[in-house]
Design a protein around this ligand. Structure first.
Ligand code: SF4
Ligand code: SF4
Ligand code: SF4
Ligand code: FES
Length: 909
């Protein structure tokens, strides 16, 4: 961004310096290559001015101002190095060191400690005050957090940790309690870190200049000796990290300040929960078995690949070309996903390829493509810093997208207004220094009625952005939609009966969205995982267009993608009807380009989606499936149906890190690579293509894409690449929005957001700036159709599901880390009134039953959920929450209706 501040000119240590007004003297000195000693200052935090180490002399001014808090002014003559300053700094350091353990040689931070560095910088040679007086040398250690230690004896009370927790993470979990000599860092109300509000994001550990807050992994293993920049493999935020290693062992993961998505911040998963990558449960050699009732037999790669190819060939000979298919994984790299869809289209000779995005964001792809012309979010994460109004619909960013959640909270603390549309009171509704202006606590399943009511208010109260609509949108579609949305049936007063939200609140929220300045919508699976998921995405797009809240910084429609590469797996052609770049398989020109590049004729008919493949398996027509990094048996709805389908197949191939629930039904297990072993790219929720670099060699001896190429070759379609970079080159040559992408380019510029083309080599931060990708924005009528899943006398409550910060999806990885201390089991949130009438107490066992099945779990009585609604997470296989979810799915994309299931809850032992 261009800095428009006026410049000031000054002299520092005889050097003429010109900096923008507002720059501190410390920053000004650094910009001229002059280093000033400091301890409490750090680039990522606001100036604080507590340590008094950075003092300088300014001609004509009395005293010694702190350079970290004093703004540069024109005409100033500043000296950073004088005998007087040297003396003062040494005295300050002496005081620090006189109350600090003198164990540098055996300290875990030896060589990576700013206090040690500063003692050297200021030339401290002796400490005149003995250690006999009052000191903190025996202060207690807090080792409660599984990942880091707080050693109070080493604390210099610089407050960097407190400021990091407040300013960067926004959790306000720690404070400096008491004053003067007694001042000390305290978690919560004098609690341990573990029992406090701390979410273990690591920002304080990162900020601490001493060994007070220190990663246990570094204490155990010593400091790392090399680093590799890579990308977190958990959620769709796509944080960049430096994997810091000793040999081939990761010692710590440090968030990368240059990371476009995270700018140096992290959450507990990416920062600390990487231990699963080397967990003893990982399977490292391929295994096969004739029947799923047989024991696994470890075999060579050649045998596993031949076995797979031979079974698939036999199935196709006996049952036809369409009897096999595959599922690609949103956890794998773009390159790995691309080769899987290529194997299926070119070697299987059908389009039976689908992806786990089917069960999460497929409605996003459909809805945004229909209205705007691109199946992706419109903004980068940074854009939220310019939003005046933030509308969060069916998403829980502080748990599911924590680093973006922290960024959003920063903007809310600066004064942006918040509208939350969610049946459950998520943390954002009320957290330190944040209060939602409106929480529209609607009944599960009524999203479309709600979005229609919001748009109704905008249209009927004359708040529509007529100029934007006239210039940017398709007039005919607008006229049709406007007639529909203005009908009294869409009004907040009429829809209140279904949504349960008082009409006046909906009116106020709509006015705020339309007239409160820049307004941005962020949404999650609470929008998509419904029988009207696609309709709701269309409704959100309509809302943004009618208010003109799109195409500029601080606005837009932003799906918060769940998995690390869900955007990428969709981009790479994982849907049965689309080739890479969202081009329909029936489009002759596109298909011809792929046929020419791949040297094979392609089927022009869309293939089967996951639900179709499973249904065909149950009815006996579909017999073989290649499943890349996806646990269908745990993550897909209606578990009994899924397992019946898997059991009915003759060849199920699972490529994964661990023997997951799906592997119980597999005939071939192909061990996969952890993200620390992968070479490739992930694309995050803001379309940012990030490099994933191998920090350690593949523990299986193979890359996943190479295994897939060998299966394709064994099936008779030769496929090979010299390396992952060559796969990206092929993707770029065949996919217009990736035309400018290559590993070499990414290594040069860091990351890019697609479209990245010849004329946009640095990618595209904000989409649809001057026109929509499809030309004119298209309004579509979004009739509210209540779901068939309704509460009844037998099943009077509505179950909705979600995620928790410390666990990830079905928990395959996070359950194999110390993150389980925060969430060792899935629990059922139930409103106090619903609990009371059923005789259920907090912490007691309950049975949760739907018409599909029943599961047992523990109740957590909480008013976070309204009466009539219960909520659980799905991270633990022993609870198997999807046993109760139904077969209902989105009308356009078959995305399952995870968010609404009619249930009953009763107490059990
Ligand atoms: S780990 Fe994060 S949340 Fe916990 S105290 Fe440190 S900064 Fe705050
Ligand atoms: S714990 Fe570290 S960052 Fe926090 S006040 Fe102490 S020395 Fe400073
Ligand atoms: S926010 Fe997401 S991408 Fe970032 S560290 Fe956490 S899990 Fe990883
Ligand atoms: S760095 Fe300026 S007072 Fe600490």
């Amino acid at each position: 961004m261009i800095d428009i501040r006026p410049n000031v000119h000054l002299t520092i240590d005889g050097v003429e310096v010109t900096v923008p007004a507002g720059t501190t003297l410390m920053q000004a000195a650094r910009s001229a290559g002059l280093n000033v000693a400091s301890l409490c200052a750090t680039d990522s935090l606001k100036p604080f001015g507590s340590c008094r180490l950075c003092l300088v002399e300014v001609s004509g001014r009395k005293g010694l101002p702190a350079s970290c808090t004093t703004p540069a002014e024109s005409g100033m003559v500043v000296r950073t190095q004088t005998p007087q300053l040297a003396r003062v700094r040494r005295n300050v350091m002496e005081l620090y060191i006189s109350d600090h353990p003198l164990d540098c040689l055996t300290c875990a931070a030896n060589g990576d400690c700013e206090l040690q560095d500063m003692a050297g910088t200021v030339g401290l040679r002796q400490v005149r005050y003995g250690m006999d007086g009052a000191n903190h040398l025996h202060a207690e250690k807090d080792e409660s957090n599984p990942y880091f230690t707080f050693d109070a004896s080493k604390c210099i009370a610089c407050s960097r940790c407190v400021r990091a927790c407040d300013e960067i993470q926004g959790t306000f979990a720690i404070t400096i309690a008491k004053r003067g000599f007694a001042s000390k860092v305290t978690a919560g109300v004098d609690e341990s870190f573990l029992s406090s509000e701390c979410v273990s994001c690591g920002a304080c550990v990162q900020a601490c200049p001493t060994a007070t807050l220190m990663e246990k992994s570094v204490i155990d293993a010593g400091l790392p000796d090399r680093e590799v920049k890579t990308t977190c493999a958990y959620c769709g935020v796509g944080c960049s990290f430096k994997a810091e290693l000793k040999g081939n062992d990761v010692v710590r993961m440090t968030p990368d300040e240059d990371g476009g998505a995270n700018e140096g911040h992290s959450c507990v998963k990416g920062r600390f929960a990487w231990g699963y990558a080397t967990h003893a449960d990982r399977v490292l050699a391929p295994m096969i078995r004739e029947q799923i009732t047989d024991a696994w037999r470890t075999v060579s790669w050649d045998e596993a690949i031949d076995f797979t190819a031979s079974r698939f060939r036999t199935i196709q000979r006996q049952h036809g070309r369409d009897a096999i298919g595959g599922v690609s994984s949103s956890r794998c790299t773009n390159e790995e996903v691309y080769v899987v869809q290529k194997m299926i289209r070119a070697a299987f000779q059908n389009n039976n390829i689908d992806t786990c995005a089917r069960v999460c964001h497929s409605p996003t792809g459909y809805g945004l493509k229909q209205t705007f012309g691109t199946a992706a979010g419109t903004q980068d994460f940074r854009s939220v810093a310019h939003a005046d109004v933030i509308m969060v619909i069916g998403a829980n960013p502080t748990d599911a997208h924590p680093v973006f959640g922290a960024r959003m909270k920063r903007r809310l603390r600066e004064g942006a207004k918040l509208i939350v549309i969610d049946p459950r009171r998520i943390d954002l509704v009320k957290s330190p220094h944040i209060r939602a202006a409106h929480h529209l606590q609607l009944r599960p399943g009524t999203n479309v009625a709600m979005v229609n009511a919001l748009a109704h208010v905008i249209v009927t109260e004359g708040l529509a952005n007529a100029a934007f609509i006239a210039e940017r949108c398709d007039d005919r579609s607008y006229q049709q939609w406007q007639e529909f949305i203005a009908q009294p049936e869409q009004s907040p007063e009429a829809t209140e009966a279904f949504t349960g939200v008082p009409a006046h609140l909906v009116r106020e929220a709509a006015r705020l969205y339309a007239t409160g300045g820049n307004a941005a919508i962020y949404y999650g699976l609470g929008v998509t995982e419904h029988s009207q998921g696609s309709t709701m995405v269309l409704g959100i797009a309509n809302l943004a267009m009618v208010a003109g809240q799109i195409g500029r910084e601080g606005t837009g429609v932003n799906p918060l993608r769940g998995q690390n590469n869900v955007q990428g797996s969709c981009d790479m052609g994982s849907f049965p009807h689309e080739l890479p770049g969202y081009r329909h398989i029936s489009d002759d020109t596109t298909r011809a380009a792929f046929e020419q590049a791949w040297g094979v004729a392609l089927d022009h008919e869309p293939g089967m989606r996951i639900p179709n493949m499973l249904a065909a398996a149950v009815s006996g027509q579909f017999k073989g499936m290649f499943i890349q990094g996806e646990d269908l048996a745990q993550s897909d709805p209606n578990t009994q149906h899924v397992t019946a389908a898997l059991s009915a197949m003759e060849c199920v191939v699972v490529q994964d890190l661990f023997l997951n629930e799906t592997a119980k039904y597999a005939h071939v297990f192909l061990p996969g690579t952890a993200f620390l072993e992968k070479d490739g790219t992930f694309t995050n929720a803001e379309r940012r293509i990030n490099r994933v670099r191998p920090a350690m060699p593949s523990r299986t001896g193979m890359q996943e894409w190479d295994v897939v190429c060998r299966i394709a070759t064994a099936l008779g379609y030769p496929m090979s690449y010299p390396n992952a970079a060559a796969i990206m080159d092929e993707i770029a040559s065949l996919t217009p929005s990736f035309a400018g992408v290559s590993f070499a380019h990414l290594d040069r510029v860091g990351s890019v957001q697609w479209p990245c083309t010849g004329d946009r080599p640095l990618g595209t931060r904000i989409m649809h700036e001057s026109s929509f990708v499809r030309g004119k924005g298209r309004f579509l009528v979004t009739q509210y159709v209540p779901t068939d899943e309704r509460s009844t006398r037998k099943f009077p409550l509505l179950l909705t599901t979600g995620r928790i910060l410390s666990q990830y999806n079905v928990g395959t990885e996070t359950r194999r880390t110390a993150n389980s201390v925060w969430h060792s089991e899935d629990v059922l949130e139930i409103h106090p009134h619903d609990a009371e009438v059923r005789g259920i107490g907090d912490g007691e066992g309950v049975q949760l039953a739907s018409r599909k099945g029943a599961i047992a779990l523990r109740a957590h009585v909480s008013d976070r959920v309204p009466e009539g609604v219960v909520y659980t997470t799905f991270h633990h296989p022993d609870v198997a929450a999807n046993v109760v979810t139904t077969e209902f799915s989105d009308w356009a994309t078959n995305c399952p209706e995870y968010k609404v299931t009619a249930v009953e809850v009763r107490p059990v032992d």
